[in-house]
Design a protein around this ligand. Structure first.
Ligand SMILES: Nc1nc2c(c(=O)[nH]1)N[C@H]1C(S)=C(S)[C@@H](COP(=O)(O)OP(=O)(O)OC[C@H]3O[C@@H](n4cnc5c(=O)[nH]c(N)nc54)[C@H](O)[C@@H]3O)O[C@H]1N2
Ligand SMILES: Nc1nc2c(c(=O)[nH]1)N[C@H]1C(S)=C(S)[C@@H](COP(=O)(O)OP(=O)(O)OC[C@H]3O[C@@H](n4cnc5c(=O)[nH]c(N)nc54)[C@H](O)[C@@H]3O)O[C@H]1N2
Ligand code: SF4
Ligand SMILES: [Mo]
Length: 867
């Protein structure tokens, strides 16, 4: 039996057809993906096992029942409120909660606890876009739809690595460009990425040079007579002051050459159908909101908004970032796109909820919320579906802040996360495939997530966990939901009740859904004022949500470029991992694309630091250190570094990049500038390097240790600073007592040691140590684990009858390695298609095509950290 559901990862919101046996296919009927999936979506079946799951409530590390855990949480929260007021408690939620979960959490905090200290990881993600939308449109509205990407003649991707982060949209654009080769793509990113490879023009903008770039564009549009005077006169305020600010900006501050600027400006000016897609390179900045408005200004000035193939497009990151905004998940919002500052809105929501109280003012935004934890203002904290001890800037400071809260609850699906490890109470949530509800994707499309697996252990869906605690706090009448459908109907009914307030968000047409209709709900774009009637676009004919119905152009000024003696640390994502890896980290084929935390560094800077091939680099912010594999590449500029956000303390000793990202926040949106760390870099003076393949899980120890899942168990990349290493002692430190036989081979000439641990002839672990970065076939060592290999073969790093080493994975869907591909290139494959024909690479989701293209161009080193 198969179930139609939605992928739980990115904001593209692909439809998935899933079976209990873990078979996953793209849903050909779903309008987000029409059957396509990316590597992460395709590997979902490998992540639904129960390994590592949290299956019972835990209090102080001891398993307990729900009644006890719920009562304890309710009592601690009630006591904190009684003794210190409603502002003394906080919820930190997530764009990965379903709309129903999110609605209930928000209702509890804002309407019943009566304060607004509920914020979410969307603060790190979409807050600048929300703030920019509200300033310009009077509402948080994404005006366009995915089809616009196919209708456009020019797509500008700003601060977006779409190829890796929204791969199915990238595929849709690639297919459109193939069909209409005249379509143009520009990528604005200080770094050259897989996305840049699809682009006709890559603009390596200076970090935060985007306002200067788009102010320069606005000035150019005005000077070249491209302003749509009629649209501006009818629908836009603030044109003159925005243009004056643009004229006062020097576009050279964008860091781009006059030639590049001229090409880009004339392309944009001369193409009516232009979509500007933007993401974290725009949002995660101290001037993120201004960047958003600099982009929106250009679309408003030309009236290129809300018509097919035109408009600004903020793509959401998480599967339900948009749903979170609908339920008012942020501390400065109210449910249903109502305004917290508006007394009439507050009163109406309170009346609808029949709640005893109502928050009166915005609560603490994420960064400030954890500052309040650090300084003792927060007495009880509940973290749901997010891992702030990894994902917030100053991650070590955040971990200390959480420890400082007298009572912390974490709801998660996993038993051990960096945040869960700090909690007093752990509550087991039902995960993807086990729970039901709705999510809203980047194009405002509401889709169902449907359960297709039994709920394991004592796990419960988040809406139920929250409602039970609310009931135990005395508000059972208001939280007596029987199902997610119940919650959804209330959310939609609230929308109906709020219709007197002019807003973009309206799903009143869904308020009367029966359980069966909710179950069968087809994907639909809000607003849905009547059942079955969605709406694709906004604002082609004005109709903005400021009181006068007009949009506002904003005068924005570009920040002055700053020089400092330190490296500028940019951060972001890998193709095959999802955030803190609690799920994608389970799938071996996703782990081998980039198996270690790494830092991209310009070869000139690597040389200056004395960093040899595959050596390790230390980044320091003066307080903490991160140790990462150095990946020299001219994809980054001199003085710039890029590191992925994914590694946690569970997976690497010092790979959590946010421990060295100390940064400011955008003054309007409160979003932290996660793309703008300042660090010193140096060579990690390793005296030895190691590689371990083994059967059982490894806890990171040594100075440098990065673990990853493999087909046969686990692997670890290792390094240390001690002069002599006792291989056997190290192995038992990593994998536990060595019962069975141990064989060791040392080579005094090269200083290398190889040690094999076998039990009953079966190989359990292999460890290689060397004074230089270990050069050996990881794939062979990994394949040998679990085999009845003779010690000699195992120590040679070869499984009996081993195939040639495929090398690190490039194509995760078809499991094709770098060496396989290099062999195919050597054998004459000269195009991406030819590589696909002979190896299968790139023939499923296509997300690795930029890397395949890179292999065909010898100048471009492939994006693989260590071989
Ligand atoms: N594989 C994968 N996909 C994901 C996720 C994941 O974890 N893994 N997470 C999802 C989530 S929640 C999100 S928010 C999205 C994020 O999706 P993206 O925003 O596309 O991803 P990032 O890698 O965070 O950053 C994008 C780019 O911004 C660039 N950048 C840095 N500074 C600047 C600047 O000043 N100006 C400009 N123009 N660009 C700059 C970086 O070099 C980087 O390439 O991805 C979603 N999709
Ligand atoms: N340096 C740097 N840092 C960043 C970013 C960056 O670009 N650079 N990006 C930021 C952005 S945009 C984002 S969105 C954040 C993401 O960062 P986080 O939200 O902290 O990362 P996740 O790993 O997605 O955390 C989700 C958690 O929820 C758990 N979970 C999964 N399903 C469920 C469920 O159904 N119920 C419950 N209760 N729990 C569940 C998972 O096991 C996991 O522990 O990171 C931010 N941090
Ligand atoms: S693009 Fe990939 S991660 Fe995003 S929703 Fe689709 S399958 Fe999931
Ligand atoms: Mo995000």
């Amino acid at each position: 039996m198969t179930t139609c559901t939605t992928c739980p990862y990115c904001g593209v919101g692909c439809g998935v057809i899933a079976s209990q046996d873990g078979t996953i296919k793209g849903d050909a009927q779903h309008p987000a993906n029409f059957g396509r999936l990316c590597s992460k979506g395709s590997a979902l079946g490998e992540t639904i096992d129960l390994e590592g799951r949290l299956l019972a409530p835990m209090v102080g590390g001891i398993e307990t029942g729900w009644d006890e855990a719920t009562a304890l949480v309710a009592r601690k929260f009630s006591e904190a409120i009684r003794d210190h007021g409603p502002e003394a408690v906080a919820i930190y939620a997530s764009g990965q909660l379903l709309t129903e979960d999110y609605y209930v959490a928000n209702k509890l905090m804002k309407g019943f606890i009566g304060a607004a200290n509920i914020d979410t990881n969307s603060r790190l993600c979409m807050a600048s876009s929300v703030a920019g939308h509200k300033r310009a449109f009077g509402s948080d509205t994404v005006p366009g739809t995915y089809e616009d990407l196919e209708h456009a003649d020019l797509i500008v991707l700003v601060g977006s690595n779409l190829a890796w982060c929204h791969p199915v949209l990238h595929q849709r654009i690639a297919a459109a460009k193939e069909a209409r080769p005249e379509m143009r793509i520009v990528n604005v990113d200080p770094r050259r990425t897989a996305t840049s490879q699809l682009a006709d023009l890559h603009l390596s903008v200076a970090p935060d040079g985007d306002v200067a770039l788009f102010n320069g564009l606005l000035a150019h549009l005005a000077a070249s007579g491209r302003v749509d005077r009629a649209y501006v006169a009818a629908h836009v305020n603030g044109f003159d002051s925005a243009l004056a600010a643009a004229y006062a900006t020097d576009a050279v501050d964008s860091g781009l050459s006059a030639d590049d600027l001229a090409i880009f400006y004339s392309m944009w000016a001369g193409t009516e159908k232009v979509v500007t897609v933007y993401s974290q390179g725009v949002n995660q900045s101290t001037c993120g909101t201004d960047k958003v408005n600099a982009i929106l200004n250009c679309h408003l000035a030309t009236g290129r908004i809300g018509r097919p193939g035109m408009g600004p497009f903020s793509v959401t990151g998480q599967p339900n970032a948009m749903g979170g905004r609908e339920v008012g998940g942020l501390a400065n919002m109210l449910a249903n796109h109502l305004d917290i500052e508006n007394a009439a809105h507050r009163d109406a929501a309170q009346a609808f909820w029949a709640s005893p109280t109502m928050c009166e003012a915005p609560g603490l935004k994420a960064v400030d919320l954890f500052k309040a934890c650090a300084d003792g203002r927060i007495k009880a904290l509940w973290v749901m579906s997010t891992n702030p001890a990894v994902s917030l800037p100053d991650a070590q400071g955040v971990a200390d802040a959480i420890k400082n809260v007298p009572f912390t609850v974490v709801s998660d699906i996993m038993a051990r996360t960096d945040t869960g490890d700090l909690a007093d109470v752990l509550l087991p949530a039902a995960g993807w495939g086990e729970k039901s509800g709705t999510v809203t994707n980047s194009e405002r499309r509401i889709s169902r997530q449907r359960a297709f697996l039994p709920v394991p252990g004592q796990a419960r869906p988040d809406w139920k966990i929250i409602s039970d605690v609310a009931a135990a706090m005395g508000w059972g009448h208001a939280f007596a939901y029987d199902s997610p459908a119940d919650v959804f109907r209330e959310h939609a009914a609230l929308s109906a009740a709020m219709r007197p307030f002019e807003r973009d968000f309206d799903i009143s047409g869904l308020a009367q859904l029966s359980d069966a209709e909710y179950d069968a709900l087809a994907p639909v774009q809000w607003p849905v004022p009547e059942a079955g009637k969605g709406r694709a676009r906004f604002f082609a004919d004005g109709g903005f949500y400021h009181p006068d119905g007009k949009a506002r152009m904003l005068p924005v000024t570009a920040p002055a470029p700053v020089a400092s003696g330190q490296f500028h640390l940019n951060t972001g994502r890998n193709r095959d991992q999802w955030h803190t890896m609690t799920r994608t980290g389970k799938a071996p084929r996703l782990g081998t694309h980039l198996a270690e935390p790494y830092v991209e560094i310009h070869p000139g800077d690597a040389d200056a630091l004395g960093l040899g091939t595959a050596e390790l680099c230390v980044l320091s912010d003066g307080k903490n250190r991160a140790i990462l594999r150095s990946l020299p590449t001219d994809r980054v500029a001199r003085g710039a570094l890029f590191a992925p956000m994914h590694w946690t303390r569970q997976r690497a000793t010092r790979g959590t990049i946010n421990t060295v990202v100390q940064t400011g926040t955008d003054p309007i949106s409160g979003q932290p500038a996660l793309k703008f760390g300042r660090v010193r870099a140096s060579r990690f003076e390793a005296r030895w390097y190691g590689f371990l393949a083994c059967e059982d899980a490894v806890a990171p120890t040594c100075e440098y240790c990065a673990v990853a899942r493999t087909e046969t168990g686990w692997q670890a990349e290792l390094a240390g600073v001690s002069a002599a290493v006792d291989a056997e002692a190290l192995l038992s430190q990593l994998v536990g007592a060595l019962n069975g036989s141990v064989s060791l081979v040392s080579d005094a000439a090269t200083g290398t040691q190889r040690i094999a641990h076998r039990v009953d002839g079966r190989l359990r672990a292999l460890l290689f140590l060397s004074p230089e970065p270990v050069q050996l076939s990881r794939a062979h060592a990994i394949a040998a684990i679990g085999q009845d290999a003779p010690a000699s073969a195992a120590l040679a790093g070869r499984a009996a009858g081993a195939q040639p080493d495929p090398g690190p994975t490039v194509c995760a869907c078809m499991s094709v390695g770098l060496n396989d591909l290099r062999r195919a290139v050597a054998d004459g494959a000269a195009s991406v298609e030819a590589l696909g024909d002979c190896t299968g690479a790139g023939t499923n989701c296509g997300a690795c095509k930029p890397e395949l293209q890179g292999l065909l161009m010898p100048a471009e080193p492939p994006a693989v950290a260590a071989e």
